[in-house]
Write a protein that binds this ligand. Structure first.
Ligand SMILES: [Mg+2]
Length: 277
């Protein structure tokens, strides 16, 4: 089985052929006792960098699963994440903020990614089933191709910047939703004021995790809201220039040199969030 990575366009080969289950240590806690929590984007961040750098980070996380919590904060949907982790190479997270912040879910012992209804209620209320009207208004819109994904509280398109007609932004605003362009090739339609950052903070509050011990990691503009949400944060090496330009200069926001997974390790050292050997 191979996994298609959204940003890099490379097929990601799992290391094991047998399905893997979430480690018990990752599931027995709500993270409040963890020394640190890594809240990371996937494509270009957690899945970015060399094979050796990725495996070094994944092995380190497995070795320290009792002191380091793991949350994926991604544009991907739960099905993709389940498939990715079941391959055995990527460690299971305990929680997922998926679908560009419109899904907030826990990971069960059986490897099911189960939405936390109490946290998603506000998101569902803001969305009000706008999916059909968004699809209708943006049908055949220049430069937009609907992604082949089952959406709940968002609609996402692949964007061709050479042909994109910016009137889509106004169309979405008139529908009472937010639009978000990232990596200059994805166009997401989201409930107003819902994105990765606010949903991560909602989850951390629910888990009673101190934001000061949470490292947020990302690489494109759809990570901006989480990198400025107030936790220690890192834009990994290889990040989109538009993200780096948009990020304020602040002590708690670190721009890593190393690419993808290695940039996460670099940031854990920089902020002294956890010993790294
Ligand atoms: Mg990314």
């Amino acid at each position: 089985m191979c996994i298609w990575t959204r940003t890099t366009g490379v097929r990601y080969k799992p290391r094991m052929s047998q399905p893997d289950m979430p480690p018990v240590a990752a599931l027995q806690t709500n993270h409040s006792g963890h020394r640190m929590v890594l809240a990371t984007d996937l494509d270009g961040t957690f899945l970015g960098g060399s094979d050796a750098d990725r495996d070094a980070l994944y092995d380190w996380l497995r070795q320290h699963s009792e002191t380091v919590g793991l949350i994926f904060v991604t544009g991907r949907d739960p099905d993709f994440i389940g498939e990715l982790c079941a391959s055995g190479r990527i460690p299971w997270p305990s929680y997922v903020v998926g679908d560009v912040g419109t899904t907030i879910a826990e990971v069960t012992a059986a490897g099911e990614i189960r939405p936390i209804q109490a946290l998603e209620e506000a998101i569902a209320n803001l969305w009000q089933d706008r999916g059909p009207s968004v699809r209708e208004k943006l049908h055949n819109h220049p430069g937009l191709t609907l992604q082949p994904t089952g959406f709940r509280y968002r609609v996402s398109y692949d964007m061709d910047p050479a042909h994109f007609d910016e009137s889509a932004v106004q169309i979405v605003a008139e529908l009472g939703a937010d639009s978000l362009i990232s990596d200059n090739r994805f166009f997401d339609v989201l409930p107003r004021n819902v994105s990765k950052g606010p949903s991560l903070i909602r989850l951390l509050n629910h888990l009673k995790v101190d934001p000061a011990k949470t490292l947020a990691a990302g690489d494109t503009l759809n990570d901006l809201s989480m990198l400025v949400a107030g936790t220690p944060a890192v834009a990994v090496g290889g990040a989109e220039t538009a993200l780096l330009d948009a990020l304020p200069q602040a002590e708690h926001i670190y721009r890593a040199t190393n690419i993808g997974a290695a940039g996460i390790i670099e940031a854990i050292r920089h902020f002294a969030l956890h010993p790294v050997t």
